[in-house]
Design a protein around this ligand. Structure first.
Ligand SMILES: *Cc1c(COP(=O)(O)O)cnc(C)c1O
Length: 474
């Protein structure tokens, strides 16, 4: 494809994307396809000749779009807001269009230095002190794995340069809670800590936040046994109920043992942009690393996951390989982001944030976040003041965990009722919600925060919830 052909096709494709976004609320929220349906509609073998853009767009319309669960739909309340602000989409397209290679500062100085600057802008917008330095990873899962690898090395006196974990005679212990994201246990296992050395610290029965007392006792107990408390992963906005572990107490306890503290604020980190929400993060300055996904509620399209550390030297010490073919005369003066994570080749991801912040502006983004918080408060009020409806966990931000509890329904019968009404809504395509288990019982999470979701949409959802739950009550 020549640049001229690209220009023509690009205009057409951008028009198609804009139209698609405009009519997104005409699609069912959850994809209505059956397993294998998309696959069967595609040819078994690759094309033998070039095809037209029209043929591609036709297949996008007829095969791909029906196979999308429309997370940009204003009635999407599942999982978490996975916004893809169009301003950031332009940044993503630009990143691809420039076709840069990020393997060293030299291979694209702008890639490195724009990333330094936008990470620092984001730090300022979050109200974090200037003792943090950031980079952009693909996901919070990668950021968590990176943090755990660095923690492992710091607490094992850099065993990677010797016998590795196989040379240690004391187990390194990881602490988190059952409310933490599954990526935490996955990262701990992949980083070689071993499942037996992961402690699920119990949580407060009302707030579901990590119990600092239990953490204190468990760490002391491990020390008595000759183990090494290595790292605490604190959830700042957990996945299920969006609870906040008491990171201020956690950092004090961890400091007694020199343990690393990773603050997982993947979803809720966006709330740091609102000064009125910063109390929830009290103590985060004492952590060693922070992960925060602008690609969730804030809306900078995937994959944009910020990873901040207070001590990049340790990070670089663990991650650096510095092969001869990548060395250059400026190495001492520049940031080599390949040494801040696992991949060598990196995309120009910073452009997504750069475009988003410059074209939409932080003020408009914050206004939208406040709108979502108001909508969540409104729904919480409706649910908590309506007979037989219950809010089952404290509402900290934009996620409301609810249950319809008609008299006489308990235990498994109540679970069956919950799953019946939520599945009916999801199958209808009118709205999408996630069911989740809390204290052994199914509940339904309403995660508000899609860019296009207004109060009217939340009102429509509340009507739909009540009507469907009653209808399914036989
Ligand atoms: C979404 C989420 C993750 C995982 O994020 P990815 O970027 O998809 O890996 C981790 N922790 C929390 C608290 C999350 O909400």
């Amino acid at each position: 494809m020549t640049p001229e052909e690209f220009r023509k096709a690009g205009h057409e494709l951008i028009d198609w994307i804009a139209d698609y976004r405009q009519r997104i609320d005409s699609y069912p929220v959850r994809a209505q396809v059956t397993p294998g349906e998309v696959h069967r509609k595609l040819p078994d073998s690759p094309p033998s000749q070039s095809e037209s853009l029209d043929a591609l767009i036709t297949d996008l319309e007829n095969i791909v779009v029906p196979g999308i669960t429309q997370v940009q739909h204003p009635m999407h309340y599942g999982w978490f807001p996975s916004n893809a602000a169009l301003a950031s989409v332009l940044g993503d397209i630009t990143s691809s269009g420039l076709g840069t290679l990020g393997i060293s500062w030299e291979s694209c100085p702008a890639l490195t230095e724009v990333e330094e600057v936008v990470c620092d802008w984001m730090r300022q917008l979050a109200g974090l002190s200037d003792s943090w330095q950031g980079t952009i990873h693909d996901t919070a899962s990668t950021a968590c794995l990176t943090a755990l690898l660095v923690a492992r090395e710091r607490l094992s006196e850099f065993s990677e340069f010797g016998g590795g974990l196989q040379g240690l005679n004391k187990p390194l212990i990881v602490y988190t809670t059952e409310q933490a994201h599954t990526s935490v246990v996955k990262a701990a296992m992949l980083a070689g800590f071993g499942q037996l050395n992961i402690r699920q610290i119990s949580t407060d029965p009302q707030t579901y936040a990590m119990s600092a007392d239990v953490l204190q006792r468990t760490m002391a107990d491990d020390v008595d046994k000759g183990y090494i408390p290595a790292v605490v992963v604190a959830s700042l906005g957990s996945t299920g109920v969006v609870t906040f572990d008491p990171v201020d107490e956690v950092v004090d306890i961890a400091a007694q043992h020199g343990a690393w503290v990773h603050a997982d604020a993947a979803m809720a980190g966006t709330a740091m942009m609102l000064p009125e929400c910063r109390d929830l993060f009290k103590g985060i300055e004492g952590a060693d690393s922070i992960s925060w996904n602008p690609h969730k509620w804030m809306g900078t399209i995937l994959d944009t996951s910020l990873f901040y550390v207070r001590d990049p030297r340790t990070l670089v010490h663990v991650m650096s390989t510095n092969p001869s073919y990548l060395r250059s005369s400026v190495d001492g003066d520049v940031t080599q982001y390949r040494d801040w994570g696992i991949p060598l080749g990196r995309r120009f991801r910073a452009l997504k944030l750069w475009f988003h912040l410059r074209l939409d502006g932080p003020e408009a983004i914050c206004e939208r976040l406040r709108r979502d918080l108001d909508n969540a408060k409104w729904l919480e009020r409706q649910v908590s003041t309506t007979d037989n409806w219950k809010v089952v966990a404290p509402v900290r931000l934009q996620t409301i965990c609810i249950r319809h509890e008609p008299p006489g329904l308990e235990g498994e019968a109540l679970d069956a009722h919950t799953l019946t009404w939520v599945n009916a809504i999801n199958e209808s395509g009118k709205a999408f919600l996630s069911a989740s288990v809390l204290d052994g019982r199914w509940m339904v999470r309403v995660s508000i925060g899609v860019e296009s979701t207004t109060r009217d949409h939340v009102k429509a959802l509340w009507e739909l919830l009540q009507a469907t739950a009653l209808e399914k009550l036989v």
